[in-house]
Design a protein around this ligand. Sequence first.
Ligand code: AMP
Length: 212
Amino acid sequence: MKQFNFILFGPPGAGKGTQAKTIGSKFNVVHLSTGDMIRDAKDDPAFAVYLTSGQLVPDNVIDDMVFKRLAKDDCKSGFLLDGFPRTIFQAKQLDDFLRKQNRQITKVFFINIGHEEVIRRLGGRRVCPSCGGSFNIDLKPPKKAGICDFCGGELIHRKDDTPETIKERLEVYDRQTSPLAEYYEKKGCMVKINGEVSPEKVFEQIEAAIAN
Ligand code: AMP
């Protein structure tokens, strides 16, 4: 089977997590979400602060986490990075890491949505910590208020989905993450995806790009 090494990037709320689940189940790739890794480590006060402030975890800390994970055997048949890299420094470190292992990025999917859409989506977002299901109290409400349609888990409002933190995360994205579009465009491996359509239509664009 063909080996795929994918990167998903885009502003917060673009739907990276939702697409990652679909891509992960249709293609043979291990889904690595750095946001989930940080949330899993939130009992460590060193990480909790980033989740409430919307600031990025220092590059060397996150690089270390990701590269340890990517070195494991299950990632050797393919991976999907969701939320990493988030800075040009991280992207360059990833290039070095993969080069040393004779691996390379197959495609980078840049899922783009505008700032107003980010605010609309994240303000009402409720997520399921058990299965990763994502809902929106206005745009995509669960069948039963507060309960995950997929696994029956209790939905939560993420600490970093408050208006102040959303604003900060958008500023951090513009300043530190959006330059990745130019970085990967120059490398010729990036595909721009319109994220302001239904999740099914977003996936169709991704699937078509993979088929190319
Ligand atoms: P996310 O769920 O991807 O929005 O990530 C939640 C939070 O985890 C971010 O606001 C950052 O504080 C941290 N984080 C996730 N990925 C990275 C990364 N690649 N570099 C630095 N911090 C990250």
